[in-house]
Design a protein around this ligand. Structure first.
Ligand code: C5P
Length: 318
């Protein structure tokens, strides 16, 4: 009797083990097979769909924004230090960024990709080719609208639209005030840029040394985001193959859009007939400015290639 009971117990345990193994294998199979069948986003085409030219450059794992628990490597810091002659060391950088993150959101506010979501983005550079382009309604139609530096909408609504969800800038290129609903995205080039932002959001530059640009700047501190120096380096190395001194704000914005959007429309990129980066809101005073320290031609040809590869839609203006 005892032996029979024992046999039954062993059989029951064996059956249970079998069922568990089948369940685990099935779950493994389905979770492996689902993403292959399902599109990663709800747009007609999703940027993350791969092809060799794109995948040679695009690296999804690079975080576009810093978060409070960032861990910038010495190597990346040393690259970043060279951009605008930073003199400080990595520990001063870390301590300053830690102070900033006591004030602004510690985790960047990014809408994650989802199979049932289509994140459409318009990236709007400042090119003079936007004058009389009449892209305003089209630009405003996007979910996310990224502008940069002093790119303004007032007085140019018909050509460039009215809405701005993200504005990328640094102290020297800043505007006086950003709408309460717009994300300020700081593109940092030196440690004092973080101090500038903290003071702009609090003491209004009372503690800033005299020689630092003291532009007034009002922004909603709950919407601040910080571009990751590791991302800036990735753009320079992988996308620009180290050409030029470093990527322009506009090109950083463009690659950023490939990381946070599913469908990207590009407006306002391209030099004028003399090869200068002129603006849509002003006549160019310095006709020798060209594209500054940035590899303007390479950046432009990459945007064209992205358009040809159907990764972005490039609106070339007038
Ligand atoms: O001149 P600014 O740097 O404010 O312009 C923002 C960005 O727009 C530049 O970094 C550049 O990428 C792009 N731009 C352009 N052609 C222009 C002017 C600006 O491609 N004529």
């Amino acid at each position: 009797m005892r032996a029979v009971k024992m046999k039954l117990k062993v059989r029951a345990i064996m059956s249970l083990l079998c069922v568990t193994t089948i369940c685990v294998s099935w779950r493994g199979y389905t979770s492996y097979s689902l993403p292959q069948d399902e599109s990663p986003c709800a747009c007609e085409r999703c940027i993350s769909e791969d092809d060799p030219w794109f995948m040679q450059r695009f690296n999804k794992s690079v975080e576009p924004f810093l978060s409070a628990d960032h861990n910038l490597s010495e190597d990346t810091f040393n690259w970043w230090k060279g951009l605008q002659g930073e003199k400080g060391n990595l520990s001063t950088f870390r301590a300053t960024v830690d102070r900033l993150f006591l004030m602004v959101p510690p985790i960047p506010d990014v809408l994650e990709s989802r199979p049932d979501r289509c994140r459409t983005c318009a990236v709007v550079g400042n090119s003079g080719n936007l004058r009389r382009a009449r892209y305003g309604p089209l630009i405003d139609f996007h979910d996310i609208i990224i502008r940069m530096n002093e790119g303004q909408t007032k007085g140019f609504e018909a050509d460039v639209g009215t809405r701005t969800t993200h504005r990328i800038m640094y102290p020297e290129s800043s505007v006086e005030s950003i709408e309460n609903t717009t994300h300020l995205v700081l593109a940092p080039f030196k440690t004092i840029d973080f101090v500038w932002l903290m003071e702009a959001l609090t003491t209004r530059f009372k503690e800033m040394p005299e020689w630092i640009v003291r532009r007034e700047m009002k922004a909603n501190k709950y919407l601040v985001m910080i571009l990751n120096p590791a991302f800036m380096r990735y753009v320079h190395y992988m996308w620009l193959e180290k050409k030029g001194y470093y990527p322009s704000t506009g090109f950083l914005a463009l690659v950023l859009s490939l990381h946070i959007c599913d469908e990207v429309s590009v407006f306002g990129y391209g030099a004028d007939s003399d090869g200068n980066w002129s603006h849509y809101w002003q006549q160019l005073a310095n006709k020798k400015i060209k594209t500054g320290s940035h590899p303007g031609k390479t950046e432009y040809s990459i945007i064209q290639e992205l358009d040809e590869q159907h990764k972005v839609k490039f609106y070339k203006g007038f």
